[in-house]
Design a protein around this ligand. Structure first.
Ligand SMILES: [Mg+2]
Length: 243
């Protein structure tokens, strides 16, 4: 089993209207009664939504313990807000070659999954609007599968604040959904930031960085020593199948 775990923002989708940040601000107001300003967020590339929330809420004066208590409710509120705010069609915001690369990998027999800082329901809504979600749905789902969104493989930003905790969650869900246990040498993490590289490397997974995000250049990513660093996804299949 060859398992390919994709990041979303900057890797499959980029440049979409900033409704994701607005949704986090809406949730902050609803759950913690504080006003955050999306434009004033610090750098968020590679961070999980829950880590972004904690950082911005702390900066706004919300006590750490209060954030811990309210974070799960915050994530639900943010997903609800995103559902209302997000455009119905995000197909114009694919990174170059995203759809064709996913199709090629599926045709080659690879299994696709996600390791993303997005809250799971936001990931589902975003990829659905981008026309990419169906490619991640596993056809053979055990009848007892306990899934809140869809039978898809992934680790998401409402499941842990630390991105490094997400790949094992994706591997566990892959085992549950497919009945197969992916080997680490056959599992790839694909992302556009040093945090994607380190979260895969921390678990002995193979890592390919793509310089399609808005923050990190190809040289930045090479300096983090991934298994490969690529200009965009057009080079991904060759990098995986010749590795
Ligand atoms: Mg990213």
């Amino acid at each position: 089993m060859r398992l390919i775990l994709f990041d979303i923002d900057g890797t499959l989708v980029r440049g979409a209207p900033p409704v994701h940040r607005q949704a986090l601000c809406e949730a902050a107001r609803a759950i913690f009664d504080v006003r955050l300003t999306a434009a004033e967020f610090g750098q968020t590339a590679g961070m999980t939504d829950s880590a972004i929330a904690r950082r911005e809420l702390l900066a706004a004066g919300v006590p750490d313990a209060e954030i811990t208590t309210g974070l799960a409710t915050f994530c639900i509120a943010a997903a609800d807000a995103y559902d209302l705010l997000a455009p119905a069609d995000l197909r114009a915001y694919h990174t170059p070659h995203a759809a064709s690369t996913l199709d090629w990998l599926l045709a080659s027999g690879a299994t696709l999954g996600l390791v993303t800082g997005n809250i799971e329901r936001i990931a589902w809504r975003k990829l659905s609007a981008a026309g990419l979600a169906a490619r991640f749905v596993q056809a053979q789902t055990p009848p007892d599968a306990d899934l809140r969104v869809a039978p898809w493989i992934g680790g998401f930003g409402d499941q842990a604040e630390d991105r490094a905790a997400l790949p094992p969650l994706a591997l566990a869900r892959a085992a549950r959904l497919t009945g197969a246990h992916p080997q680490r040498r056959d599992t790839w993490v694909i992302g556009d930031t040093p945090a994607d590289i380190s979260c895969g490397a921390a678990h002995g997974l193979r890592v390919i960085a793509v310089a399609t995000g808005s923050v990190h250049s190809l040289d930045d990513l090479r300096a983090c020593a991934p298994d490969a660093a690529l200009r965009d996804l057009s080079e991904l299949t060759e990098a995986i199948f010749t590795a």
